[in-house]
Design a protein around this ligand. Structure first.
Ligand SMILES: Nc1ncnc2c1ncn2[C@@H]1O[C@H](COP(=O)(O)OP(=O)(O)O)[C@@H](O)[C@H]1O
Ligand SMILES: [Mg+2]
Length: 275
């Protein structure tokens, strides 16, 4: 096909030789198959920030580190420079997440480069070399659904051990190749420790997986891995090899509200004395 204008820098720099076809046109990105250094690769072209709502970005970006205080001020003021910086931050977040996750053994596409608003990555393919289907396009048996669910729960645990929550995990953001599920689409990945929405996002990711695989294996619908995983994470007990039950016991010990309030008051008084 004719090479879209946006690819110019990549062609000039020898990163892309040919644009083979367009795979998808989504709300936030267009995805192409390209030929690059003799191989078929996947190019994700980000759309302008205008197509994303600011409130959505704010939810995901809480706790993310920006490069410097000039960048931070510009983003807050929403100047043109600020919008450009925010756009770069969004794109870099996906590259950073992909690299961080690959390094801890999460199955994600390998990244080759992110230049000029285009992420160049490994093209995930099926047995016959065709672009891999999305989980949503695969018909599963009960045992397959149980196996994939268990694999994805382990991947969610690995991601959280690396400090990240996917934030948009669904049957549309998982591809299936001959070795099983591969996780994609991470520009909104959330910093688990610094973002107050992380627990809720993790719960949603886990619930999406249970709801999807539950169509083929209904017993998964009553599992509660989300709260179990978050509890282990928040008490520092989560590790990549943790054995999960899929159940969560709500503590029956009544909360000691009076005790906590007393502690808060004591710290407040201590602080006042030391001012
Ligand atoms: N590395 C890849 N290999 C093969 N197909 C991909 C790859 N990355 C994305 N795709 C295809 O492109 C679609 C859109 O990509 P995605 O990263 O989910 O962007 P968005 O959903 O924001 O448009 C995916 O559903 C998938 O079909
Ligand atoms: Mg997607």
């Amino acid at each position: 096909m004719k090479i879209p204008e946006k690819f110019e820098i990549l062609v000039t720099n020898g990163l892309v030789d040919e644009v083979v076809c367009q795979l998808m046109s989504g709300k936030e990105a267009d995805v192409y198959v390209v030929r690059s250094k003799g191989e078929l690769r996947c190019a994700k072209v980000y759309k302008d920030a205008g197509s994303r709502s600011f409130s959505k970005q704010a939810v995901y970006q809480e706790g993310r580190k920006v490069r410097n205080s000039r960048q931070a001020r510009a983003i807050v003021k929403n100047t043109r420079y600020g919008r450009k910086e925010q756009e770069d931050a969004w794109q870099n977040a996906e590259v950073n997440a992909l690299q961080r996750l690959a390094s801890v053994g999460v199955r994600v596409p390998q990244v080759f480069s992110c230049v000029g608003g285009i992420l160049l990555m490994e093209l995930i393919v099926d047995d016959s070399g065709n672009t891999a289907p999305r989980l949503n396009d695969v018909k599963l048996t009960g045992p397959q659904a149980r196996e994939f669910h268990s694999v994805l729960i382990s991947q969610i645990v690995l991601m959280l051990c690396a400090g990240l929550v996917h934030g948009d995990l669904s049957e549309y953001n998982v591809l299936v190749d001959s070795n099983g599920p591969v996780i994609i689409d991470l520009p909104q990945a959330i910093d688990a420790a610094g973002n107050n929405n992380a627990a809720g996002m993790l719960q949603r990711d886990v619930d999406n997986m249970a709801a999807y695989f539950g169509r083929f294996a209904p017993e998964l619908l009553t599992t509660d891995y989300g709260r179990e995983i978050w509890k282990l994470y928040s008490t520092g007990e989560l590790s990549p090899h943790v054995v999960l039950t899929g159940h969560y016991e709500q503590s029956t010990i009544p909360a000691d509200v009076g005790g906590v309030m007393g502690d808060v008051e004591a710290v407040r008084r201590w602080h006042e004395r030391h001012l």
